[in-house]
Design a protein around this ligand. Structure first.
Ligand SMILES: [Zn+2]
Length: 308
């Protein structure tokens, strides 16, 4: 039943699995995030929801089936393996096949409850038939298409505040007029060849909190007025943080918290369902990183009147 103090959190224990510690991709962060949210009382038996493996139909309507089969069966070409830039393992295949259904599930829960958070997701660089930027499958594009094709949703907005452009999402949804892609990103950062989102908002290196928040909120108002979405997928990437090794912006943790609070509260004010994904964050201090990813969940909980 819809319950205004209920905040579904979508998580699977296989999101983190044994992985090289020193790798640039912080695979441990998903488990650390769930552990932290359990410690502060936000992730409980009542609100934790576990996704299953993504349905093949969901994956195949967004990605090249042959590319997917080669990844699953460890038959990638050397070039594909290089583009993936992650060591292949059974664990990697497993988490990669679950995560998109986590974003789909968070979106479906958001349609019912108004707000839901996926404790992973935001793999927005993945393209139709190749991996990029540590992203193998594009959960945002996959979820948008499932919402439009299988869940009776009329219009989806992807509001991407990860520091890197959502190039894969833009390319995958280019011919889908019912999905609006908006990316607010550091222009000089990866990917160095940009795709065209429905709205791109390039930011200069070193931008700090006040102008950033103004840009994010002006952009949000503008796209909501224009698109009138039935649901928003919000990528709350924390690689905008000033200390992030892959960032280049100068946003404080307080600034990230303010961004998430303002974005979510505007969507709730307009009664637009929103599903959040955690997006990028690469801090070598994995515990600090997990806490930073928890910010969007904490702000969602506050807006729901949940004490923790
Ligand atoms: Zn990123």
């Amino acid at each position: 039943m819809p319950n205004s103090t209920h905040l579904p959190l979508v998580y699977h224990p296989d999101y983190s699995f044994p992985f090289p510690e020193k790798h640039r991709f912080p695979m441990a962060k998903f488990g650390l995030l769930a552990e932290y949210l359990r410690d502060i009382g936000l992730l409980t038996r009542e609100n934790g929801v576990r996704p299953g493996r993504s349905k093949p139909l969901w994956l195949n309507q967004t990605h090249c089936p042959d590319y997917l089969a080669r990844f699953i069966n460890r038959e990638q070409t050397p070039q594909e393996h290089r583009q993936m830039n992650l060591p292949w393992s059974e664990g990697l295949v497993k988490r990669t096949l679950i995560a998109p259904s986590g974003t789909v599930l968070a979106a479906q829960l958001a349609l019912h409850h108004g707000l839901a958070c996926h404790l992973a997701g935001g793999t927005h660089h993945a393209q139709y038939d190749h991996a990029s930027g540590f992203c193998i499958l594009n959960d945002l594009a996959i979820a948008a298409k499932v919402l439009l094709h299988q869940s009776g949703v009329g219009r989806v907005l992807i509001f991407d505040c990860d520091v890197h452009q959502g190039d894969g999402t833009a390319a995958l949804l280019k011919n889908e007029p019912r999905a609006f892609t908006c990316s607010i990103h550091c222009e000089s950062n990866f990917p160095f060849v940009k795709q065209q989102s429905d709205l791109d908002v390039p930011l200069e290196d070193g931008l700090d909190d006040a102008p950033y928040l103004t840009i994010v909120m002006e952009t949000l108002h503008q796209v909501l007025d224009r698109v009138k979405p039935d649901i928003v997928l919000y990528d709350a990437g924390v690689d905008v943080f000033r200390g992030d090794p892959l960032g280049r912006l100068n946003i404080s943790e307080a600034g990230i918290r303010e961004r998430d609070r303002q974005v979510l509260s505007e969507l709730l004010r307009r009664r637009i369902p929103v599903a959040t994904v955690i997006g990028g964050g690469y801090d070598d201090d994995r515990v600090a990183l997990a806490r930073r990813h928890a910010i969007v969940v904490e702000e969602a909980a506050r807006l729901r009147g949940i004490r923790f």
